[in-house]
Design a protein around this ligand. Structure first.
Ligand code: ADP
Ligand code: NI
Length: 221
């Protein structure tokens, strides 16, 4: 198969970085460039620890959100653009297919999420999920909620599982509720051992935050 030198790999990664920066610069839904930056940093750390292919991991981390439907009026067109860009990038064909598989598995919407087939995909998915928890994760929830015009908290709002579909569609959802319906569950979804370790500390930090939040809400702290 084809083989790239580290220098050639760096060249492709820098080009991918430029592409993503240009595409995500104007986003405020939580899919900004700095989300990508953090996912790349965490990806490198987990990949090194787990012995995953660093080039595939880093390229997939950089590109993982460019076809997201929240960012694209026409996701199918964005997908074709991505495929064309990768084909012209100098990335070996096998790596192109691998990166595309990772991205499509990560952005899968709807019911039964397919499991991530390769170690590299597991690493990038873990890094993306880690960015939704901990101190950064807390910030992102409120940024997203504000962007959606939702309240911080409403003690009368029940957990989403107990909401009717109509209530949920009516926007009866709060930032604090999102912790219970999603973020506190992410620790259990980590694929790799090392990400699981990183998730533990971030998870505890969120639990501590929520405990303090409830006390302050009732004027008890
Ligand atoms: P991803 O980066 O995996 O594509 P999402 O698009 O689901 O994540 O969400 C982006 C960010 O917005 C995450 O940090 C997530 O916690 C937050 N977010 C998503 N949905 C909600 C919601 N209903 N309320 C508050 N925050 C949300
Ligand atoms: Ni992401």
């Amino acid at each position: 198969g084809e083989y790239l030198t580290r220098e050639q790999q760096e060249h492709i990664l820098l080009a991918a970085e430029a592409l993503v920066k240009e595409k995500l610069e104007r986003d405020s839904s939580g899919h900004d460039w700095w989300h990508i930056y953090r996912v790349v940093q965490t990806t490198k750390r987990i990949a090194a620890q787990e012995g995953a292919d660093a080039f595939v991991c880093e390229l997939a981390a950089l590109l993982h959100d460019v076809v997201d439907e929240k960012l694209n009026a026409d996701p199918a067109a964005a997908q074709r653009e991505l495929e064309a860009w990768l084909a012209a990038s100098g990335t070996p064909e096998a790596d192109v297919l691998h990166v595309l598989e990772i991205i499509s598995t990560m952005s899968f919407k709807g019911g039964a999420r397919p499991p991530m087939r390769t170690l590299e995909g597991q690493v990038v998915q873990d890094a993306d999920r880690l960015d939704a928890i901990g101190a950064v994760g807390i910030s992102r929830v409120f940024a997203y909620s504000g962007w959606k015009g939702r309240p911080i908290h409403d003690p009368s709002v029940t957990a989403r599982e107990q909401m009717t579909e109509a209530e949920y569609r009516a926007g009866n959802d709060t930032a604090i509720n999102h912790f219970y319906e999603k973020l506190l569950k992410l620790k259990e979804l980590m694929n790799t051992t090392y990400a699981r370790q990183l998730a533990e500390e971030r998870h505890r930090f969120m639990e501590q935050y929520l405990e303090q939040f409830d006390l302050e809400w009732e004027g008890l702290r």
